[in-house]
Design a protein. Structure first.
Length: 82
């Protein structure tokens, strides 16, 4: 089973059983003034992050920024120019 299928199955199971899973699901009542993004309330287990994983994501982030610079030609986004 691919990664997305596993995550989807795990999330649906947690949703149906109303189970809170660190980094995956949360139960939180929100109102009009609250943040409606679930990630704002998720508990994250930072102990699972390795130096290699962090390095990989930093490299991906930098590569993405370099690619954006090439696409725009100036390094300034449309939002920055307004």
């Amino acid at each position: 089973m691919n990664t997305w299928a596993k995550i989807k199955a795990q999330w649906l199971s947690a949703y149906r059983s109303r189970e809170v899973l660190t980094g995956l699901s949360v139960i939180k009542e929100v109102g009009p003034q609250d943040e409606w993004c679930a990630e704002a309330y998720l508990d994250i287990d930072y102990s699972t992050i390795t130096e290699d994983t962090l390095s990989m994501f930093v490299k991906r982030y930098l590569l993405n920024n370099i690619m954006l610079l090439q696409d725009t030609g100036s390094g300034v986004s449309d939002e920055d120019q307004e």
